[in-house]
Design a protein around this ligand. Structure first.
Ligand code: AMP
Ligand code: ZN
Length: 456
């Protein structure tokens, strides 16, 4: 079974086998295009799913779409709503803007072969669930409404707050803040579950019209779509605090027990040495990769060259190198498919699968596949079967060149191939070698198989 690093327990834990497992993944805020750094976080969830599915586990995944409630400063939970602000800048309605970027996000995830989650609820369409959850938290004494219509979570009613990130309530002193503690709060570390507002992006609630705090939606949606026991919860490392701490406090307080078994976080993607972020100005989109003439799956392969838990620095050179490997592997697989079929190379396949299970050690898995590619002792048919089998997790479309119409031969090459074929029949090996070199100079690679010569 899969073993994976659990941020809360700070150790690698074995995922308990079950017929079905439930996973929640914090989804995108749809006010702009997702950059490839964001997509790296979603690849983590896809890899977990694919590895577990290979072990015959049915995965049920919920990934929310944030189209309301995420404020510009999400650590201090202040500023304007991101969707509202961008809608104004682009001169569209918030709903139109959100649908536009949600569609773009879905196209990107499909291009990266990220399996679609079973549930993708939108925040704006699950407000009732959130209102119910707030009411429950108030009823149980974990939350309180104040006269302006805000509702706050009472952090001190959840003493194990901070276990994921290592922040302790006592240490979350407001001293570093320049502004004074919000007088509406009972305690400085309390956070808003509901914020008063009017007009667009506001909903009626028993304590006044407004909109939900960002952390609330993930609690409400996971409890509704996955239930009170969630096996895995994933997200980027920056979500540990405050987002996941607040989410855990809300969900556990509503359920009366620990809801999420394993919290798993993906490290950041850097570009040219700095965290990829819109604010840093070093954003690369999947469409930029395609425009540069590279296969979008080169991004997936480049990510797999690093473990999810390592920071990774992306450059155009690494993307180009990944693109070359991808093309080479597809060509090889197509070549191997011409050979008699043969059982998988089990010693390799088992080691690759063990690497996947070992906290998603994809770099080790890829190293083993390169070894297998070169191993002269393994029959081409066995390489073919092994690569296709492992591609169920890698999802690099390694079979896509099989049966492709052969590339057109450069001028003069057909004659040289014909001459070489005759030279081989006449057992004139010197001539055959010379012709092979001449073909090589034209960019045609000839290989001899039991069925005659073949070229690529
Ligand atoms: P957002 O749409 O801003 O809510 O972010 C979506 C996801 O991307 C979250 O899980 C973030 O933690 C993650 N994320 C943001 N920046 C990066 C980055 N540079 N590398 C990896 N993940 C990131
Ligand atoms: Zn979330």
């Amino acid at each position: 079974m899969l073993r994976i690093y659990d941020t809360r327990t700070r150790q690698v834990e074995e995922i308990e086998r079950a017929r079905a497992l439930r996973m929640y993944t914090c989804g995108p805020t749809v006010y702009r295009h997702a950059h490839v750094g964001n997509l790296r976080s979603y690849l983590l969830s896809d890899l977990i799913r694919r590895v577990l599915e290979r072990q015959r586990v049915r995965m049920v995944v919920c990934q929310n779409i944030t189209d309301v409630g995420h404020l510009v400063d999400d650590v201090d939970d202040t500023g304007e709503d991101k969707v509202r602000m961008q809608a104004r800048a682009e001169g569209r309605s918030p709903a139109e803007l959100a649908r536009h970027y949600e569609d773009a996000f879905r196209r990107d995830t499909l291009a990266l072969n990220l399996r679609p989650p079973e549930h993708t609820p939108r925040a704006s369409e699950t407000i009732e669930l959130m209102i119910e959850l707030v009411a429950k938290l108030i009823e149980r004494g974990h939350a309180y409404a104040v006269p302006d219509g805000s509702v706050f979570f009472d952090a001190r009613t959840f003493p194990s707050y901070g276990e994921i990130s290592g922040n302790r309530l006592d240490d979350l002193k407001p001293a570093h803040r320049i502004e004074a503690v919000d007088p509406r709060k009972r305690f400085h570390a309390d956070w808003a579950l509901w914020k008063p507002a009017e007009g667009e992006l506001s909903w009626d609630a028993p304590w006044g019209a407004g909109f939900p705090g960002w952390h609330l939606e993930c609690s409400a949606m996971s409890l509704r779509f996955l239930g009170e026991r969630v096996d895995l919860h994933t997200g980027g490392i920056d979500l540990r605090f405050p987002h996941h701490e607040d989410e855990r406090a809300q969900s556990d307080s509503a359920a009366g027990h620990e809801v999420v078994k394993h919290w798993v976080h993906g490290e950041h993607l850097l570009f040219d040495g700095r965290k990829m972020a819109k604010s840093t100005g070093n954003v690369v989109l999947l469409s930029d990769v395609a425009e540069a003439g590279l296969d979008p799956l080169a991004v997936r392969l480049a990510f797999l060259e690093h473990r999810y838990r390592q920071q990774m620095n992306l450059t155009w050179d690494t993307l180009r190198a990944a693109d070359r490997t991808l093309r080479r592997w597809r060509t090889r697989v197509a070549e191997w498919s011409e050979s008699p079929s043969s059982p998988m190379a089990m010693p390799y396949v088992e080691r690759v699968e063990a690497a996947f299970d070992d906290d998603l050690d994809t770099p080790a898995a890829l190293r083993l596949m390169r070894e297998l590619e070169r191993d002269p002792e393994v029959a081409p048919g066995a390489k073919f079967e092994s690569f296709l089998h492992l591609d169920q997790v890698l999802a690099l479309e390694l079979s896509s060149d099989i049966g492709k119409a052969p590339a057109a031969l450069p001028a003069g090459a057909a004659e040289l191939l014909e001459q070489r074929s005759r030279a081989r029949e006449a057992r004139d090996w010197d001539a055959a070698d010379r012709l092979r070199d001449a073909l090589g100079e034209l960019g045609v690679r000839v290989s001899d198989t039991p069925g005659g010569q073949s070229w690529s």
